[in-house]
Design a protein. Structure first.
Length: 579
């Protein structure tokens, strides 16, 4: 937002300072709302179907049901399109495609357009790209690009060519980069009375059928991003003599690979064919990369409205612009991978812990955790530079109770005499182990192992989920560390590691805390709980109305927790029969 925008937002929301920390959430929602209204376009980035906002894959043009934008962006789009606003998803697991593929021992692939991305395959996956010669000689004619000043002129020229070829009977495949362009062209073709089919995310159910007919005589097919639509377009009878399938691109994509995939639909297996791209100086690619140079050439040539530039040098300049964008996009992906490599190490530790919990016996693991926690508590409260009598014994007892749900008995002079950190840790460990063994004996060994597994998995999953959320927040703002002359990636690694260590410590604390606090009812009480609860129906009137139960009165007076025990032991009730 500009300063004017900030002032407008503050005025609408009746806020003094939008950047006050207490309004940080409101600011976030405003920014996501702005993104939804300005950067995300209906029928380009997403569509609305059956009252749902569904994301459209940028490269394949296919729908991605079930996928949702995070950070409240999807909700902002739902508000924009006036459909039901769903709850925000929380990430439960995350992995980049690169790290997912690198989990395999062997990697290979086959595609007709890998050569433009050869350096990325080598750097990320250590894969070499080998070009295999075509089965039949490729005889497709790739005409130079036609460049116009405005989009209006470009589309008119493209429509003229479609009409001309259609009269001749030659099939045409029109490639567009978005759904709204494909539907706009469809309307214009209808006005000219040209019969055609439209293939985009809105009707991909008929995909194979539309592609199968695209090579027939007189066929006109408009497609949004032909990437990944792996069906051969077979030429109909008499089409070979007319010059085969003609590919007409209405815009250059950011990636040469996707343009090559569109071109590659024609001239397969030695078939004749042709291709041409129509561009305008208003297209994003030309406007951002190198449009001024081409505009200068057009003005020097003194071209009239509707006249195009057609030269192989211009096509080469556009390919260079695409290579520049591809390099930039690769840098983004590479940086994303570097950050995900930090998460990947953490992911491997957590998933290994989960696998151990699912498969193995966790008893030794819990014993180690009890030992570790006992040592930790002892180190915290036992300062060997002073006498044991001066240690914070009250704090020690509280810490033991908080972690293991039992209090250490009051220390007599014999116990305190010669007490060291090591001996204290041993004392806590032995006491905890005794409670642990008692619980195992009551519950039964097999059931106790199952209980350990359940507690472990639930704790790990819950804390890992929170950790992913925290790591997302850390990554969002880490780039600002560059202003402090710090390398954001190194800071991310260090702080991410500290957060991970903290999470591992919490997993141990919470797992032990739950295990030591869990209370097992007697079997008959469990059976009682399984029975449906009897309900008293309360209503007014009628002779058969249920009678109110009288409150139960205690025969003897209630014994307080700190009162002397009625059994006559001399101890407090909570330390004796009420324990």
């Amino acid at each position: 937002m500009t300063e004017e925008g900030v002032a407008k937002a503050e005025n609408i929301l009746k806020i003094d300072n939008l950047y006050d920390p207490k309004h940080i959430e409101v600011l976030h929602h405003i920014n996501q709302g702005l993104k939804a209204h300005t950067l995300f376009k209906l029928d380009v980035d997403y569509i609305v179907k059956n009252g749902e906002v569904i994301i459209v894959d940028e490269f394949t043009g296919r729908l991605m049901p079930g996928r949702r934008y995070s950070e409240g962006l999807h909700q902002a789009l739902e508000a924009k399109e006036n459909v039901k606003i769903e709850n925000e998803n929380q990430t439960l697991a995350t992995v980049t495609f690169q790290n997912y593929f690198r989990m395999y021992n062997k990697l290979s692939g086959m595609t007709g357009t890998a050569d433009t991305e050869a350096s990325e395959f080598k750097k990320i996956y250590n894969l070499d790209v080998i070009i295999i010669p075509t089965n039949m000689q490729m005889i497709r004619t790739n005409y130079p690009d036609m460049i116009y000043k405005t989009k209006k002129e470009k589309y008119e020229a493209a429509l003229d060519e479609i009409e001309e070829l259609n009269k001749k009977g030659q099939p045409v495949l029109v490639g567009t980069v978005s759904i709204d362009v494909s539907e706009d062209l469809s309307k214009k073709l209808k006005k000219r009375g040209i019969k055609h089919s439209v293939l985009n995310a809105k009707n991909h159910e008929k995909e194979a059928e539309i592609i199968a007919m695209a090579g027939q005589k007189g066929a006109v097919t408009i497609s949004t991003n032909m990437a990944g639509r792996g069906t051969d377009i077979v030429l109909g009878e008499g089409v070979t003599e007319l010059g085969g399938l003609h590919i007409l691109g209405t815009e250059r994509h950011e990636s040469r690979r996707i343009d090559n995939q569109l071109r590659g639909r024609s001239g397969r297996q030695g078939d004749p064919g042709s291709s041409r791209f129509y561009l305008a100086l208003e297209d994003d690619l030309l406007r951002i990369f190198g449009g001024e140079r081409i505009t200068g050439i057009m003005e020097k040539l003194g071209l009239e409205e509707g006249e195009p530039i057609e030269h192989s040098l211009i096509s080469k300049a556009i390919e260079n612009a695409q290579a520049k964008v591809e390099g930039h996009n690769f840098d983004i992906r590479k940086q994303l991978l570097e950050y995900d490599d930090v998460m990947n190490q953490q992911r491997e530790v957590i998933y290994r812990q989960r696998r151990e919990a699912l498969k193995g016996d966790l008893k030794s693991f819990f014993m180690d955790m009890i030992h570790e926690k006992a040592e930790e508590i002892a180190r915290e409260f036992a300062d060997e530079s002073v006498l044991p009598e001066d240690w914070d014994l009250k704090g020690l007892s509280k810490a033991v109770f908080k972690q293991f749900n039992f209090g250490l008995d009051s220390f007599d002079s014999d116990t305190l005499d010669g007490l060291t950190t090591e001996r204290l840790a041993r004392l806590i460990y032995d006491s905890a182990l005794k409670v642990y063994d008692e619980k195992e004996a009551i519950i039964g060994s097999d059931d106790f192992r199952h209980l350990e597994r359940i507690i472990m998995l639930q704790t790990v999953d819950s804390l890992w989920k929170d950790h992913l959320f925290s790591m997302d927040h850390l990554k969002e703002g880490i780039g600002l560390r560059g202003y402090a002359q710090q390398n954001p990636l190194i800071v991310y690694k260090k702080e991410g590691f500290d957060m991970f260590q903290s999470m591992i410590s919490r997993i141990k604390e919470e797992t032990l805390g739950i295990l030591f606090r869990i209370q097992i009812s007697e079997p008959d009480k469990i059976n009682d709980l399984r029975q449906p609860a009897k309900q008293d129906l309360v209503y007014s009137g009628g002779d058969d109305a249920p009678q109110k139960k009288k409150p139960v009165k205690r025969a003897a007076q209630k014994t307080g927790r700190n009162s002397p025990c009625p059994c006559g032991s001399g101890k407090k009730y909570k330390k004796c029969c009420g324990k």
